[in-house]
Design a protein around this ligand. Structure first.
Ligand code: ADP
Ligand code: MG
Length: 440
């Protein structure tokens, strides 16, 4: 494996998945779920557990299994060490980092729309002068995208991870609004000296929602100087924003160019499959498990962002919990109603349509797709094409692909059925019935 591609967060997630399948849930939850990586190099990996008494059990009882899982995922053999450093945890909590420890890489689902941002974040988080990893290109890291897409989660995960490997490193997370308040207070109390000192001595500065910086010219000036100091000292700087620097109206030109000087990356909304994966990930932390059908329904309807997905899922679980029932479709539809006007039903695929039509005409699905032209098969095929056009929003060429025909044949089938329906009462009846069957 190329060390450049070595993404320890991905690896740990995969290892946990394997172990989850092999261990009894209680044991998994007690010993494995909270493990995090505090150190790794090409030969050894140190895992931290929250519970001091777990260390011995991990070493004696689970080490082989954990080692095995790491080697399955990485195709390498690592020495695995376990630690629980109480004093470290105490230190951690003493220093105010502004971080919420809940945000970590393990729970961050990666998809095509955020994988580049996650990869860069992971690189910045793992930065350590001793390991001599080159992250210069990622300094500053500037992540932008719409609300609820995981910007805060990701930049806080960077801070938490950096603190896990280097407990004494001086990491600070702040939103630009809080920063502005702090700055205003500092000016009022004539204490800007301390404000400067605090920010210029950081090892890692994470500023969230940087878009609000445009509200103060003075703060922009201050940030510009802080930025230069940190950057020169090779300290890490990460920004999250709702839009790219060039669209931040009122942002000084020199800051635009500083923000652009490192790695700029957008996060895009998740697709349907990813939305499902996110919901399933969130369910790992719940004992009430809605059915696949409910998960589908939520994933299909909540297209906006992850925050909304979580909100609907939580509503379903809470409602089920309060009424002491299993989550029902009814509950899910009610929860969805606050987010969208009319929940769509489960998405209907061409395959569903072919199946229902094949069944009705007593032919096999493969025959619909075949070149056979016997009367029943030809009719079933035309009806399936016609219904596919009516029910889905697929174009003629797309339907051509689905049925293995060119688009003129598709067009012909559609007009044929359209015309026949006008005179053929039986066909008309059949189509009505089929539509009902397909829509469930
Ligand atoms: P943003 O800062 O972009 O508005 P947040 O980081 O606050 O979004 O994310 C909103 C919610 O969605 C949070 O609860 C966060 O944990 C969750 N979330 C966002 N992205 C992911 C992801 N990739 N995997 C799992 N949960 C995510
Ligand atoms: Mg945010």
């Amino acid at each position: 494996m190329d060390s450049f591609e070595f993404n320890i967060h991905d690896i740990l997630s995969k290892v946990k998945k394997i172990l989850k399948a092999r261990l009894a849930p209680e044991n998994y939850n007690i010993f494995v779920r909270d493990l995090s990586v505090v150190f790794h190099n090409g030969k050894s990996i140190t895992l931290k557990t929250q519970n001091a008494s777990n260390v011995g059990v991990l070493e004696n009882k689970y080490n082989d299994m954990i080692k095995e899982a790491f080697s399955e995922v990485t195709k390498r053999n690592f020495d695995i060490k376990y630690t629980h450093d109480g004093s470290e945890a105490e230190n951690n909590s003493k220093q105010n980092t502004g971080l919420n420890p809940m945000y970590n890489f393990e729970d961050f689902v990666v998809w095509r729309g955020n994988e580049v941002a996650q990869g860069a974040a992971s690189r910045v988080a793992q930065y350590s002068p001793e390991l001599n990893t080159s992250t210069e290109l990622y300094n500053p890291l500037f992540i932008y995208g719409g609300v609820g897409l995981g910007k805060t989660h990701l930049i806080q995960a960077i801070g938490n991870y950096a603190r896990a490997i280097e407990p004494n490193s001086n990491v600070y997370y702040v939103t630009s609004e809080t920063l502005l308040n702090e700055y205003v207070m500092a000016i009022r109390s004539g204490d800007t000296q301390n404000f400067r000192k605090k920010y210029r001595n950081l090892d890692m500065l994470l500023i969230d929602d940087i878009q609000f910086i445009v509200r103060s010219e003075q703060l922009q000036e201050e940030l510009y100087n802080t930025f230069n100091t940190l950057k020169q000292a090779n300290k890490r700087i990460v920004f999250a924003s709702d839009r790219p620097p060039k669209d931040l109206v009122g942002l000084e030109e020199r800051l635009v160019s500083r923000f652009n000087s490192g790695f700029l990356q957008q996060i895009f909304p998740p697709d349907y499959e990813t939305r499902k994966a996110i919901l399933l990930k969130k369910l790992e932390y719940h004992t009430i498990k809605p059915s696949d059908e409910i998960i589908d329904l939520i994933a299909l309807n909540v297209t906006t962002n992850i925050r909304d997905l979580e909100a609907v899922l939580n509503r379903v679980i809470l409602t089920a919990n309060m009424t002491n029932t299993e989550p029902t479709i009814q509950i899910a539809e009610n929860a969805l109603r606050d987010y969208i006007d009319t929940p769509r039903k489960k998405q209907i695929t061409i395959r569903d349509i072919k199946a229902v039509v094949a069944d009705h005409y007593h032919v096999r699905i493969e025959e619909i797709d075949s070149q056979k032209r016997t009367k029943d098969i030809a009719r079933a095929r035309q009806v399936a094409v016609y219904l596919a056009r009516q029910i889905t929003d697929k174009s003629l060429p797309k339907l051509g692909e689905e049925f293995g025909r060119d688009h003129t044949t598709i067009h012909h089938a559609i007009t044929k059925i359209q015309n026949d329906r006008k005179t053929d009462v039986e066909l008309n009846q059949a189509i009505e019935t089929l539509i009902e069957l397909i829509n469930g």
